[in-house]
Ligand binder design. Structure first.
Ligand SMILES: Nc1ncnc2c1ncn2[C@@H]1O[C@H](COP(=O)(O)OP(=O)(O)OP(=O)(O)O)[C@@H](O)[C@H]1O
Length: 619
């Protein structure tokens, strides 16, 4: 597990600037995604943005012409020509306003369509990446947080980043058209306009960075919050929650965490409000200062009334456009920080499951391959303790191995290594004489049928629950029925309302809930879907099955496994004793190895545990 993220040392200005530089490097990647989401919509958005950018200046200028026209017409005693010119200009402004409304609506529509396209594209990439990740990634909290962050923000951040960039371009174009108009009246006003907006930029950038730090530091706690919610709302927790009266405790923890989040959010929101208010007053002051100056000039006749109107509307809108740019830069910074998270997730290096040699080696298919562990030791990533230490085992074709040992002895870990969900830290595992690191991992895994201790209860139909064991045969009902027979699941299925077509689980409508043992029988049937599996692994398959069913399962299992290798992990010695070889694991090491008779004769740990259990049954 990765160390927790540090809690909140604010980075220096220098490192922040350095970060900002590297963060804006997220732009090309984001724009590439944006383009891939829909080139057509991207072009439409670009064109509409440019049109929207030039319209305000045109509208303001027509406004000025109208005022000047009205003043001139009133001076001339309402001359017909001037009046109709004014009315024509009003009509023109109306047309421009209509155009502007249309462009704004179309922009909103394009944005919505792009949001859907881009969100979908990214969610697919994220899920695709999740498929590439290895078990070790899922068991590492740092990677898990990255995935969580990426998923949470995928629908909003990339689009927001792109939209902010477009807003900047739009406002820049608008501003340059305004600047042309303003400079003609008074170059100083341009300077005032820019100067009054600079503090806003600095504030935005700082607060955006603070917001991001808050969210990313919170990722582990956010997960905790979700987990607490989950405890209280999941069906399989309700019994314990009620019996142990966990409600108030869990709710209390939830509340405490939430309060912490809330007070951080509030502090940030208050800060934002304070800055917003201060800067608002500043820009209002700048506006009215200029207003007084311009009004004075108009009153003395240095400029026309139309000029004054133009000046005021352009100055005010220019101020808004400039601040819009600065706010967009601040938001872009925040979005870019999130994008760096997303790209970090998408770039998590994978591929360590690739075969070491090309072409990959592939032992002959069929049940003739032996499995050999040569001095295998294993430590989980980031862990000090050895989960397995110097394990040496050989399984001949057709041999049945039972793994026994106390909880945490390393039994499930050994299975993970065999399936190459992890690689040995030391030593090697050979399959049919080939180091499994030289095999294609899909080829290796296709040779195994397995029931895991924590098998999955798919909220699908019965047929699918079994058929998923061999996806190409998902529609092959005969094979599914055969697998159900072998797994001992047929009587369970016959009793269900729609037999193989019954929906299972309580998540969706009309789902039928099963007992733990019944679910387990389906999981065993799923493993038996792999009719050509060369190795069968049952990790405590009988934990929830009654004694009679267990006996029946093992008889079938023995018959089915006849010439294949089988590995069984069990705490039931009545099952274990049927194996050809029994490996007793203790603290990750093979302490004893041999047949039931041999180990009983040895009178060591196995004999001790066996007698203990047998006595329990007899007494
Ligand atoms: N994902 C993991 N990350 C870190 N350590 C782990 C992980 N899974 C297991 N371990 C540790 O490795 C050791 C072996 O665990 P393993 O699950 O193989 O035991 P087991 O023999 O299958 O136990 P049980 O009978 O309880 O299923 C334990 O000490 C456990 O704490």
């Amino acid at each position: 597990m990765a160390p927790p993220l540090p809690s909140a040392p604010p980075p220096s200005l220098k490192s922040r600037l350095k970060n900002a530089g590297s963060l804006f490097r997220q732009l090309p990647g984001t724009f590439r995604l944006f383009w891939q989401a829909s080139p057509k919509l991207a072009v439409v958005l670009g064109v509409l943005t440019l049109v929207a950018a030039v319209l305000p200046a045109a509208i303001a200028y027509v406004g000025k012409l109208i005022v000047d026209g009205v003043v001139a017409a009133s001076k001339e005693g309402g001359a017909e020509v001037l009046r109709s010119r004014v009315l024509g200009l009003v009509g023109l402004e109306f047309g421009l306003m209509l155009g502007s409304a249309l462009v704004d609506r179309s922009l909103a529509l394009t944005r919505e369509l792009l949001r859907a396209n881009l969100g979908n594209l990214l969610n697919e990439r994220i899920l695709h990446k999740a498929l590439e990740l290895e078990l070790r990634h899922f068991e590492d909290s740092d990677t898990y947080d990255k995935m969580q962050n990426a998923r949470r923000e995928a629908n909003s951040r990339p689009l927001s980043l792109v939209m902010q960039a477009f807003t900047i371009v739009r406002n820049l174009v608008t501003l340059s058209t305004y600047a042309v108009l303003l400079v003609a009246l008074s170059p100083w006003s341009v300077v005032v306009l820019v100067a009054a907006s600079i503090p806003a930029f600095i504030a935005e950038a700082r607060l955006a960075a603070a917001g991001f730090r808050l969210y990313s530091w919170r990722a582990p706690e956010g997960r905790k919050l979700n987990y607490l919610e989950w405890i209280l709302t999941r069906d399989n927790h309700v019994k314990e929650v009620k019996l142990f009266g966990l409600g108030p405790l869990v709710l209390g923890r939830y509340r405490t965490l939430f309060q912490k989040f809330f007070s951080e959010d509030r502090a940030l929101a208050l800060k934002r409000m304070g800055w917003g208010l201060g800067l608002g007053i500043l820009s209002l002051g700048a506006f009215y200062g200029c207003y007084a100056f311009v009004a004075n000039r108009a009153a003395t006749g240095t400029i026309t009334v139309g000029d004054m109107v133009l000046y005021l509307s352009v100055f005010r809108q220019g101020q808004a456009a400039f601040q819009g740019i600065l706010t967009s830069i601040g938001s872009m910074y925040e979005d870019a920080l999130f994008m760096s998270n997303l790209f970090a997730y998408l770039e998590i290096p994978t591929g360590s499951e690739q075969p070491r040699v090309l072409p990959a080696k592939s032992p002959p298919r069929g049940p003739g391959n032996a499995i050999e562990l040569r001095d295998v030791s294993f430590r989980y990533p980031g862990k000090e303790a050895w989960a397995l230490r110097n394990v040496t085992l050989k399984l001949q074709p057709g041999e049945k191995l039972a793994l026994v040992g106390e909880n945490g002895a390393g039994k499930s870990t050994l299975v993970k290594l065999l399936l190459r969900l992890y690689e040995p830290t030391e030593g090697s595992i050979l399959y049919g004489g080939v180091d499994i690191r030289d095999m294609d991992v899909a080829d290796l895994r296709s040779r195994f049928g397995a029931v895991f201790q924590d098998f999955v209860r798919y909220q699908f139909s019965v047929a699918e629950n079994i058929g998923l064991g061999h996806v190409p045969a998902l529609e092959d009902r005969n094979r599914i029925v055969r697998a159900a027979d072998l797994g001992g699941a047929s009587p369970v299925i016959t009793a269900l309302p729609q037999q193989y077509d019954t929906m299972l689980g309580g998540w969706f409508e009309k789902g039928q809930e099963l007992s733990a043992g019944q679910w387990q029988k389906l999981a065993v049937a799923r493993a038996f879907m792999r009719e050509d599996a060369e190795v069968l692994i049952l990790d405590e398959p009988t934990a929830s099955i009654d004694a009679e069913a267990e006996h029946a399962l093992f008889e079938r299992f023995q018959a089915l496994a006849a010439d294949r290798i089988a590995i069984v992990i069990s705490h039931r010695f009545s099952t274990v004793r049927m194996a050809d070889q029994i490996a007793v694991l203790h603290n990750g090491q093979v302490e004893e190895l041999g047949s039931h008779d041999a180990l009983m004769a040895k009178d060591g740990r196995y004999a001790h545990l066996f007698n203990l259990q047998a006595r329990g049954y007899r007494d």
